[in-house]
Write a protein that binds this ligand. Structure first.
Ligand SMILES: Cc1cc2nc3c(=O)[nH]c(=O)nc-3n(C[C@H](O)[C@H](O)[C@H](O)COP(=O)(O)OP(=O)(O)OC[C@H]3O[C@@H](n4cnc5c(N)ncnc54)[C@H](O)[C@@H]3O)c2cc1C
Length: 397
């Protein structure tokens, strides 16, 4: 297929948001890449995602932001922290107006499926190979062999592992260790707008902080539903799947005694999903020779800064820049890509991890100190290094 095309043969393992974004940015840079996705169809679950300006600007340049935001909700308020017991506002950032002024783009809540669809639309259809589960990566001197579960194989000049937290490709660049259980799980629900009070339909990302757990909600799908996400102790629950379920009683038990606006949302949400959150320490490097990683395969992070998908988009943009700069020296291009990205993604992994402790403080001196810090902070400005980052313009070493 496409045997006479110029440029390196680039194989991307994984057709999630990161893998498709990599293919899209490479295509825009004039390079061709093939995405090998294990699933037989490209689908994303119907959960919500916060799209910060650093991600929005990249999607705009890719020409697909309009497609993402057709059913999105532009947020007027973000990081609205409230106290678990009585809903007292601890801190809130005003996004409307300020976000465009500071970072040139709004913050949206979007449906994951809409984001995946939009990114996919920027990839030529014949560049996506479905039902292709990669089982092994065998680097050679001048190329890399990829083996697949159906017995097929292919050869590439560059391999990018965008195969998520359980990455197979990761074993070719680092110790092949499985991720650890974090001891936390996420309860999830999508609640129809008719079932929720007006409070939950405000264009705000609301986070309720309490001892050992926190509870997040925001409107999605043009305001026709509310996305609920809550982090709580996992106990012995270890299933990591968008389709695993909990009972509504289990969800209620975790948030017993919380403000009625929280417990009412739990009731309205019906049977929730439940997802064990995995953990991995940051990698010291993620490129070796002609093989590299991207997105959750390289730097999985707790979703407490809502930056995982955004970072995979940034990775994709920088990877394309580096490979386009030196298509004939892929190993050098991949090292430059890693050098341009790793400090930033490591910092985001670390601060996302740190939010587990700050968000979950038991009532007492630590919680009061945290609340004072929150009250004094202006997250929109303090997080400028996240939202103002221009992945397509920062100097690449
Ligand atoms: C509950 C939750 C809430 C989140 N909220 C946000 C948010 O608000 N904002 C945000 O920016 N991020 C958020 N994230 C993070 C975000 O979802 C991820 O960081 C992002 O989806 C990572 O994309 P990825 O493409 O790297 O990996 P994945 O989405 O995991 O995609 C990996 C792909 O690789 C395929 N694959 C795996 N193994 C193989 C193989 N061997 N061969 C071929 N294909 C393979 C898989 O089928 C999949 O399609 C959240 C995450 C969670 C869990």
């Amino acid at each position: 297929m496409h045997a006479n095309e110029p440029g390196p043969r680039i194989a991307i393992v994984g057709g999630g948001i990161g893998g498709l974004a990599a293919a899209a940015f490479l295509h825009r840079a004039g390079l061709t890449a093939t995405v090998h996705e294990q699933a037989s169809a490209l689908t994303e679950v119907g959960a919500g995602l916060v799209l910060a300006p650093n991600a929005g600007r990249l999607l705009r340049r890719l020409g697909v932001l309009g497609r993402v935001t057709r059913r999105a909700v532009p947020l007027d308020w973000g990081w609205e922290f409230r106290r678990w017991q009585d809903g007292r506002v601890l801190s809130v950032e005003k996004l409307k107006g300020a976000c465009e002024r500071l970072y040139g783009e709004r913050t949206y809540t979007v449906h994951r499926a809409d984001l995946l669809d939009a990114v996919k639309s920027a990839v030529p259809g014949d560049r996506i190979r479905l039902g292709a589960k990669c089982t092994a990566i065998e680097p050679g001197r001048d190329s890399v062999l990829l083996r697949f579960a159906d017995g097929s194989w292919t050869e590439a000049d560059v391999v990018v592992g965008a195969d998520g937290v359980h990455s197979v490709v990761r074993g070719a660049v680092a110790e092949a260790e499985p991720p650890e259980y974090s001891g936390l799980c996420a309860f999830r629900a999508i609640v129809p707008a008719e079932a929720v009070p007006a409070f939950a339909l405000r264009r705000a990302q609301t986070l309720w902080l309490g001892p050992g757990r926190h509870f997040v909600h925001y409107p999605i799908a043009d305001g026709r539903a509310v996305n609920v996400f809550a982090a709580a102790p996992a106990g012995d629950f270890t299933e990591e799947s968008w389709s695993a379920k909990a009972t509504i009683e289990e969800f209620h038990a975790e948030f017993a005694g919380w403000d009625a606006r929280v417990t009412d949302l739990i009731t309205a949400g019906g049977t929730p999903g439940r997802w064990a959150l995995l953990d991995r320490a940051p990698l010291p490097c993620w490129s070796r020779g002609r093989v590299s990683l991207l997105g959750d395969a390289a730097h999985p992070m707790f979703p407490f800064f809502a930056q995982g998908a955004a970072q995979s988009l940034e990775d994709a943009a920088v990877l394309a820049r580096c490979l386009a700069d030196s298509p004939d020296a892929p190993d050098r291009a991949l090292k430059r890509y890693e050098a341009a990205r790793i400090a930033r993604t490591t910092r985001l992994q670390q601060i996302s991890h740190g939010r587990r402790d700050t968000n979950h403080q038991p009532d007492g001196p630590g919680q009061r100190a945290r609340d004072e810090v929150l009250a004094a902070a202006d997250p929109l400005v303090a997080n400028g290094w996240i939202y103002g980052h221009e992945a397509e313009e920062v100097p690449v070493p």
